[in-house]
Design a protein around this ligand. Sequence first.
Ligand SMILES: [Zn+2]
Length: 400
Amino acid sequence: MSPRRDIPRCRLCGHGPLEPVHTEPVMAFQADREDALESIIAYQGCRRCALVQVEPLPPLDWLRAYYGAAPVASLDQEVLSTVKKHYFVSTIAFLQDHLEKPPQRIFETGAASGWLLHLLAEAFQAEVAGIEPNEACRLFARREFGLDLLPGFLEDLDLAAHGWREAFDLQVCCSVLEHAAWPGRLLTPLAATLKPGGHLYLEVPSLRPPRRGVLAEKVLQPLHLSYFSPASLSRLGETSGLALLHLEEVRDLEVPVYRALYRKVEPLDHLRELVAGHAQEFQQRRRAVLEVCRRHLAAANNVWIWGIGNNFFELWREDAALFAPATCRLVDRSPAKIGKRLGELTVSPPDPEVCGEPQIILVAATSRVVQENIRQDARRHFPGVAVHSLFDCEASRAAQ
Ligand SMILES: [Zn+2]
C-alpha cells in the first residue's frame, strides 16, 4: 500500500481540507540540474479563516538560507529607499494619527536596511531595536543609521534573555508576514515583545489593483506563502491576544497594502477605556456648559432652555439650584415632554403666553441636527432674541 499523502490544512487556523483558489506554473531550480524546470504551485484557501496559502511549501531550510542571503542584499540600498520612501512616509503618518500617545520604545521585525526604523526613531524620538536575517542589510543599517539589528528570525529568539519580553510600546512588521509559512506562529512572539496596551502595526500586500495606474509588482508569487484579507487579519489578532483596532486597504501605492493596527489588550477592556474616556470628556464639557448657564442666568430674568432631554438632565443634576423658576423656563415642542416636571420646573411649549417673553434662548440639545432645528424655530418666532447652543463644540471648548 502506498503511503497516504498528507492533505494540507490551514496554516493559520488548522481547518481542512482547503479549497483550490488558483494554480500557476513557476520556474524551479534544482541544484543538480542545469535547466530550469517548470513546477506548479497551488494557492489554496481556508473557508474558516480566509487565509490563502501556497502549496507545496518550499523546504524550510531553503527558505531560511534564502532570506539570509537574498532578496534585498544585492539591491542598491539608495535606489530601494527612493522606491520605498513614500510607503514609509505613509506608514509614519498613519501611526502619528492613530496611536494614542507617542511610542517610547519601538521594535521592527524584518527591519531590512533600517530605513523605516530610522525614520520612526526620528518621528517619535523613540528608542528602537530590530531584527533582520540578511547580513548586507544589517551592515547598511549600522553604517548608514548606526542601528545594530539582531541577526536571525524572531521566532527563534529567547526574548527574555534579550530583555525584549513585554518591552516595547510599538512593534512594526511590514512586508514580512506574507513570507511566513505559519503566520500565527510569528504573531505569538510579536505579541510577546509588546507591553500590555502596546500596539502592533502590520502591513501586508493586497492583490487589488492600485487606484491609479497598473499594479507594479506581481503579488501572487511563490515566495509569498500567505495571502491575507480583512477576515484573516482579524483572526490573526484573535489567536494572539491582540485586539484589532483599525484595518484599512491603502490603494494609492504602487502595490496596495492592508494595514492593520492591533493593541495588546482584551477587546472588552479596550472598549471599557473608550467608554470611560467618552463619559469623562462630556463630564468636563458639562462643567464648562454650567458656567455658561450661570453667566446667562445671572444677567437675565427670563432665560429659556430649549430642547430638554438627557443632556439638560445631567446639567440639572450637577446644580439643580441654578435652574430656578424665578429666572429659568424649560421649553420643548415634544408632546412627550410638555407638562413633565424637573424639580420646581415644568417643561412648557415655547409660548410667550405661558412662559413670558424670552430674553435669551439657550439650546440644550447636543445633536447638531436638533440644535439647528431649534435655532431656526427660535429665530422664526423670536427674531430679536439671542440664541446660544450650550453644547456647540466650538463654544463649549472656548469656555473651558
Ligand atoms: Zn484557516
